[in-house]
Design a protein around this ligand. Structure first.
Ligand code: FES
Ligand SMILES: [Fe+2]
Length: 343
């Protein structure tokens, strides 16, 4: 059921609500960690923190991609501090050593017969790879990610990202609740006013929103000639997918941009843009695409920070949704409301 009124403004600044969101939403969802492009060689690893859980994604020659809690089983020290490459995982506290597949190899200070090594391997986490993107789930799978990704695959067919290459990550710290950023992304209603340049590249009349279980799609036709994207002869489309709770796929001809939105506290969040391109050779058009995205992002940051001030003021409690243009936001807020009230 779609809502015609917004969730209460207090949910955008209340630390108690964020705590419930962490327990009811983030700990039970799939999270995107990055691409297998970022760990091509044996021993390459990425260090991540998801919902306050320290994790490592590592490339093992025999077992392939492995994801572990980045925590030593001796006395709980965090093992690795930043992305890198290693032949083994060594704890900097008392020197315990783990293999790349998580098996405890050496426990300094202990006789072999005193320890059950099998019980002291790194704690592993389930992961799922789709078109080179690595997802993990911390607890149960409420969102059925494989089903969602299959549906997305059918919608965007024949586009596939398997041969796209990771180009770079851009990070933004924004003074707004993570849901303000999501709400803003979930409608194109503001485009003519907030993003005049983007409005001249897209065909605003074609802008449509479609809602599904646990995700939604906004799409529109784009003017290939004036866009910074790959030039094709036919009419091209831009797809904006929102995967609940906090992941966006921004797809334009020849490029994928994944956006991850992570709460810092109730009134600020980090947003990460990871860029992938089909053709890495055309650096000029890649740069043009990134600059164009940054310009739009700065316009969105400005508006999101203004919204946060308004939501925290005494002058606003509930708002209303346009049935024509804001069904994506309403759909997302129905999901949030359900999770907060029922877990
Ligand atoms: S906590 Fe890691 S070796 Fe002691
Ligand atoms: Fe926007």
């Amino acid at each position: 059921m779609l809502k015609d009124k917004t969730i209460p403004s207090s949910w955008y600044s209340d630390e108690k609500i964020l705590k419930i969101e962490k327990e009811n939403i983030f700990s039970k969802s799939w999270h995107l960690l990055g691409s297998i492009d970022q760990i091509p060689n044996e021993g390459d690893y990425l260090v991540k923190t998801i919902n306050e859980q320290p994790l490592i994604v590592i490339k093992d020659k025999v077992e392939g991609i492995k994801v572990f809690y980045n925590v030593c089983q001796h006395r709980g020290c965090v093992l690795l501090e930043k992305d890198g490459n290693s032949k083994q995982i060594k704890c900097g506290y008392h020197g315990w050593v783990y293999e790349l597949n998580g098996k405890l190899r050496a426990a300094r200070g202990f006789d072999k017969e005193d320890l059950d090594f099998e019980q002291l391997n790194l704690k592993s986490i389930e992961h799922y790879v789709w078109m080179k993107q690595i997802f993990v789930k911390l607890e149960s799978d409420c969102n059925n990610l494989p089903k969602t990704l299959k549906e997305i695959e059918n919608i965007i067919s024949p586009i596939k990202f398997d041969n796209y290459l990771f180009h770079l990550r851009k990070s933004y710290k924004i003074k707004c609740n993570w849901k303000v950023y999501m709400d803003n992304y979930l409608e194109g209603f503001h485009i003519p006013l907030v993003h005049p340049k983007l409005n001249s590249v897209i065909d605003y009349k074609s802008y449509s929103t479609e809602i599904f279980d646990n995700f939604s799609l906004q799409w529109c036709h784009i003017n290939v000639k004036s866009s910074p994207y790959k030039k094709t002869d036919d009419v091209s489309k831009a797809y904006y997918f929102t995967l609940f709770p906090n992941l966006l796929f921004n797809i334009a001809p020849g490029r994928l941009q994944t956006n991850i939105i992570e709460p810092i506290n109730a009134s600020s969040c980090n947003v990460y843009f990871d860029y992938y391109f089909e053709n890495e050779e055309n650096l000029e058009s890649i740069q043009e695409d990134i600059s164009f995205s940054e310009e739009i992002q700065n316009e969105d940051i400005n508006i999101c920070e203004r919204i946060q001030i308004g939501l925290e003021s005494d002058g606003f409690d509930h708002g209303v949704f346009s049935k024509k243009y804001e069904t994506g936001v309403s759909h997302f807020q129905s999901y949030i409301e359900k999770k907060i009230n029922n877990g």
